[in-house]
Design a protein around this ligand. Structure first.
Ligand code: UD1
Ligand code: UDP
Length: 377
């Protein structure tokens, strides 16, 4: 057996962990390569929840998260933290995921050590530098640094080609989030204490918000629309697992805390969360991942943003971009709560983001890449 070398997987936040877990677990099945997992811990509790669920034990943990972190401190923390690890481990490939500041800074650190980078979930674009901020540039810059581009869809591939990325460096693999989702959602799932108090006989509106560009007035508009909706519809409950970011948490508690049929919860483990999505009526979110997961479960999504780098489900008709204006969110949600035909039109399971086998495809490409490099050296 030829030893193919070492792959270092770097991630730091909840969504990266969920989407990288299937890749890590596929890599670990391969006996002819070594897998080293580094977490930056840009997130702490929300990252640990995922590591625990997917039984991933990191080899290195930079433990970066601070209460008051900003883009500068995360970027420099990742760069400085990875330097010695990269020099010691000398991986043949560094794998990063998506669009966070961990993603960009880890790709940059690998580049400084002249180590090739594989970018998972490559090629998504809004072409608006400030929306989502800073994710659009994080993903674009990580792409410029990468050698291997794992594009989830044909649209993402086209975006990369439009930036003159070489065709032979792009693979359309599907999104690994669907691998994670399909392994997690069970039709007979039993919820535990974490959803105590939720009346599942009512129609559940599943809500998440966290985007930086929505902080302040825009988030107030979103929360006010939620209040309007529960006041108008007595059979509706809002279930809102609140992101740990204090900017989000403080406003959510101030505006929504203590209200009837609005449940502000701690971030849920991925298992109850994905299964809650599966029994929800409607999803209202500014998250990226939920726009990919909900369509595959046949749940309509109202996206609380002005732009999306995930146009596929919008085109398919199961996701709608509604922005952050109170009246608009209220009107669009009301329509789905009252117009059965419109609801049925949106509540169709579509799978533009993958078939659950993305991680397998990615690992196959990585092995070929490592094999060719051995031959070349
Ligand atoms: C980050 C990413 C964003 C991603 C999101 C997913 C950047 C700049 N932002 O945004 O792209 O969509 O994660 O959720 O990369 N906190 C905790 N515990 C946790 C996690 C966060 O207390 O487990 C609090 C901390 O006070 C932390 C703050 O949230 O300082 C902000 O975390 P940060 O990673 O900077 O930004 P997010 O808004 O989470
Ligand atoms: N998620 C979770 N628990 C929660 C809320 C979300 O496990 O309480 C999952 C969700 O299913 C999706 C991911 O976290 O896979 C989305 O993360 P987030 O919204 O933080 O980031 P984004 O996708 O916007 O980058």
């Amino acid at each position: 057996m030829i030893h193919l070398g070492k792959v270092m997987v770097v991630f730091g936040t909840r969504p990266e962990a969920i989407k990288m877990a299937p890749v890590v677990n596929e890599l670990k099945k391969e006996k002819d390569l070594d897998t080293v997992v580094v977490v930056t811990a840009q997130h702490r509790e929300m990252l640990d929840q995922v590591l625990h669920l997917f039984a991933i034990k990191p080899d290195y943990d930079l433990d970066l998260m601070r209460e008051e972190q900003d883009l500068f401190s995360i970027t420099t923390g990742v760069l400085n933290g990875l330097k010695d690890i990269l020099r010691k481990e000398k991986p043949n490939l560094v794998l990063v995921h998506g669009d966070t500041t961990t993603t960009f800074a880890a790709a940059l650190a690998a580049f400084y050590e002249k180590i090739p980078v594989g970018h998972v979930e490559a090629g998504l674009r809004t072409r608006n530098k400030y929306s989502p901020f800073p994710e659009e540039m994080n993903r674009t810059l990580a792409g410029r640094l990468a050698e291997l581009h794992f594009a989830p869809t044909d649209t993402a591939r086209e975006n990369l080609l439009a930036e003159a990325t070489a065709n032979f460096k792009i693979w359309v693999t599907g999104n690994t989030v669907i691998d994670a989702l399909l392994a997690t959602v069970k039709e007979d799932y039993k919820f535990g204490e974490e959803l105590k108090g939720v009346n599942f006989n009512n129609r559940i509106l599943l809500v998440t918000t966290h985007r930086r560009e929505n902080w302040g007035e825009r988030m107030k508009g979103i929360y006010q629309a939620l209040i309007d909706l529960v006041e108008e519809f007595p059979d509706v409950e809002v279930v809102f697992p609140v992101h740990r970011n204090p900017v989000v948490r403080n406003l959510a508690e101030e505006m929504l805390g203590g209200r009837e049929r609005i449940h502000l919860l701690e971030p849920l483990d991925y298992e109850p969360f994905a299964n809650l999505m599966n029994v929800s009526y409607l999803v209202l979110t500014d998250s990226g991942g939920l726009q990919e997961e909900a369509p595959s479960l046949g749940k309509p999504v109202l996206v609380l943003r002005d732009t999306t780098e995930r146009p596929e489900a919008v085109k398919a008709g199961t996701v709608k971009l509604v922005g952050t204006v109170r009246e608009k969110i209220y009107a669009e949600a009301k329509r789905l709560l009252t117009d059965k035909e419109e609801y049925e039109r949106m509540a169709r399971a579509v799978n533009p983001y993958g078939d659950g086998r993305a991680a397998r495809r990615i690992v196959k490409v990585i092995k070929e890449f490592l094999y060719v490099r051995i031959g070349a050296s």
